[in-house]
Design a protein around this ligand. Structure first.
Ligand SMILES: *Cc1c(COP(=O)(O)O)cnc(C)c1O
Length: 357
């Protein structure tokens, strides 16, 4: 299948680009002119097509709405210093997409179809890729069940849609988070490792309660006895403990973040010892008490690194030392940025170059 040559493009009659305030992009505020849509029917994915962004005709009986077969990805495209557009770690995102699809009994998407679809939508809306420092074109592939009928069943029809959105640098103050000891995001054997819509829906209520108590986010713990750290909100979590980078080892309850993997890889380059292992709440508490816990931060595509200032454990606030430009989190964030922007060699082959006609 040679998809690329066949992806048709129906162009918007008047671009909305002029209405975008590129100095104040925020996150997800603007949607680009076009979207890519492909349908799965009678056992196969049909040819993707690019059309103006807008409404899709469908009935309220589509199975995704009732039984939750809906999964997505979140990735970024950058304009580098050579003026080329690169998509970060497209292959790894594709592999995760298929793991999510499999867990939700949804049909796989070939690497070829995924790569060519993303390349085509980014090339079509190439002018939407922001150029200012720290900004990017956020890419949102989503797959959902579209068969229209009631009655619990695995859908026989799906849509694959790719939306894109220019996003600015994600400035956030160091956050105050709470170790959750009652609610659960995911249990082992469940869907925590899949990027499925329902994981988010289920996390909203406990997160809202935490916000009402004055926290920015939750640190999720294991579903059995809330003793071990899983992740933070919709980000993986990392610590610098005894001078080492430590992060929870992956389980079926933890999302396998691409940013997490990238930072673990770059730790070696920065001479930082690292460990992916179980981290108990008690160990964190001891680290605070002994002063050996020196950094805590969330990691994910949207913010890259989100500094944690305070962790509340069992009702007590523990503070981290203030972050500085020499911290591990700032050094690794810069290294990641430099690789994407072409300031550093891309020795791991993370940048997929988008051909733009
Ligand atoms: C997407 C996501 C992450 C971060 O993954 P990245 O690939 O680094 O963006 C972490 N946790 C959850 C629950 C997520 O949905």
């Amino acid at each position: 299948m040679n998809v690329m040559t066949e992806i048709s493009v129906e162009r918007i009659s008047k671009s909305r680009l002029t209405s975008v305030d590129f100095n104040n992009l925020g996150f997800g505020t603007y949607l680009s002119d076009h979207m890519l849509v492909a349908d799965y029917r009678e056992g196969k994915w049909n040819q993707p097509a690019i059309v103006p962004f807008g409404e899709l005709p469908m009935t309220p009986a589509i199975l995704a709405l009732h039984y939750g077969q809906s999964i997505f990805e979140g990735m970024k495209a950058f304009k580098n210093k050579q003026g080329e557009i690169v998509i970060f770690r497209i292959q790894r995102h594709h592999q995760r997409l298929n793991r999510s699809l499999e867990r939700m009994c949804m049909p796989a998407i070939s690497e070829e179809m995924f790569t060519e679809s993303l390349a085509a939508i980014v090339a079509t809306d190439a002018k939407w890729v922001p150029t200012s420092e720290g900004s990017a074109l956020y890419l949102r592939p989503v797959v959902f069940a579209t068969e229209s009928r009631l009655g619990v069943k695995i859908s026989d029809e799906y849509k694959f849609v790719v939306l894109t959105s220019p996003v600015g640098p994600y400035f956030s103050k160091p956050v105050r988070v709470k170790v959750e000891s009652h609610y659960v995001r995911a249990a082992e054997g469940g869907t925590g490792f899949a990027k499925c819509a329902g994981n988010y829906g289920g996390a909203f209520y406990p997160t809202q309660l935490a916000k009402q108590e004055g926290f920015d986010q939750i640190i999720w713990t294991d579903a059995c006895d809330h003793q071990y750290i899983d992740e933070s909100g919709a980000m993986n979590i990392m610590f610098v403990l005894n001078g080492k980078l430590v992060t929870p080892q992956l389980t079926s309850a933890i999302l396998d973040g691409v940013t997490r993997d990238s930072i673990l890889t770059l730790a070696d380059d920065l001479g930082m010892p690292k460990e992916a292992r179980k981290i108990s709440v008690a160990e964190l508490k001891a680290g605070f008490e002994k002063g050996t816990l020196t950094e805590a931060f969330g990691v994910g595509t949207a913010a890259v690194v989100s500094t944690i200032a305070t962790i509340n454990i069992g009702g007590k606030d523990y503070s981290l030392p203030p972050d500085s430009s020499s911290s591990f989190q700032q050094r690794v964030k810069k290294r990641l940025h430099d690789i994407r922007m072409g300031h550093e060699p891309d020795k791991y082959n993370w940048n997929f170059h988008v051909p733009v006609k």
